[in-house]
Design a protein around this ligand. Structure first.
Ligand SMILES: Cc1cc2nc3c(=O)[nH]c(=O)nc-3n(C[C@H](O)[C@H](O)[C@H](O)COP(=O)(O)O)c2cc1C
Length: 208
């Protein structure tokens, strides 16, 4: 009788330990189940630092500088092409009746750009090049800058000219796209040497 009692007590103790063990294990189980049911976080995507060189060039000087910048940085390059190309008569600034004079006198005029709207979303840094016309970027460059959302992008103006400096041309563009970060631009002579352009680009330390 006594042995029976001891055995039944022993069994009861084993059952009790088993029950406690089970309850202790259940939160662990539900934890791991919870983890399994939680959506997996996507791996962190490193933002690619992509650079675009875009330019308008009526007679090729700015185009040459743009190409050197793009080659130096292994950047993409694109051109702002006017829907109506500029002839040499159009560009004759000495002729008061020329196209460029008419455009210059009407600050609100925006010459149309040929082609589709470009997808610039992939680019973090955009070099924007143009010839200096009467101390400023041509109206078609204003049109380009007004046509896009450059917020969060770094913009770097560059220009070519016969003798004028960059002047206020960079600030004028910056005012048209104030949500971008505009760096100080650079002026080159019409016949800029590739070496000068490369040195300037390297000095910017964009890809340290
Ligand atoms: C309409 C017009 C206005 C210009 N105004 C200036 C000027 O104010 N200052 C200057 O130094 N050069 C001026 N230039 C010369 C151009 O800036 C220079 O030739 C430039 O390098 C041309 O670049 P592109 O070949 O890319 O068009 C002017 C040229 C044109 C056609």
């Amino acid at each position: 009788m006594k042995i029976k009692k001891i055995i039944s007590c022993f069994l009861a103790l084993i059952l009790l330990i088993g029950a406690v063990g089970c309850t202790a294990a259940s939160p662990q189980q539900s934890d791991s189940q919870q983890q399994e049911s939680q959506p997996q976080k996507p791996p962190a995507i490193e933002a690619a630092q992509k650079t675009l060189v875009i330019y308008f060039s009526a007679t090729g000087s700015t185009k040459a500088v743009a190409e050197t910048i793009a080659e130096t940085l292994e950047a993409d390059i694109d051109e702002i092409i006017p829907e109506q190309p500029y002839t040499s008569e159009d560009l004759n600034w000495r002729d008061e009746t020329s196209r460029v004079n008419a455009e210059h006198e009407d600050a609100d005029f925006r010459p149309a750009i040929a082609g589709d709207i470009k997808d610039l979303s992939a680019y973090d840094t955009i070099f924007i090049g143009y010839p200096i016309w009467w101390g400023e970027a041509p109206n078609i460059v204003w049109n380009f800058v007004e046509s896009y959302d450059f917020s969060g992008k770094t913009m770097i103006p560059f220009c070519t000219s016969s003798s004028s400096g960059l002047g206020s041309s960079g600030e004028t563009l910056a005012a048209l796209a104030p949500d971008a970060e505009w760096l100080e631009g650079q002026r080159f002579p019409s016949n800029a040497s590739a070496e000068d352009v490369v040195n300037w680009v390297k000095g910017l330390e964009l890809n340290p």
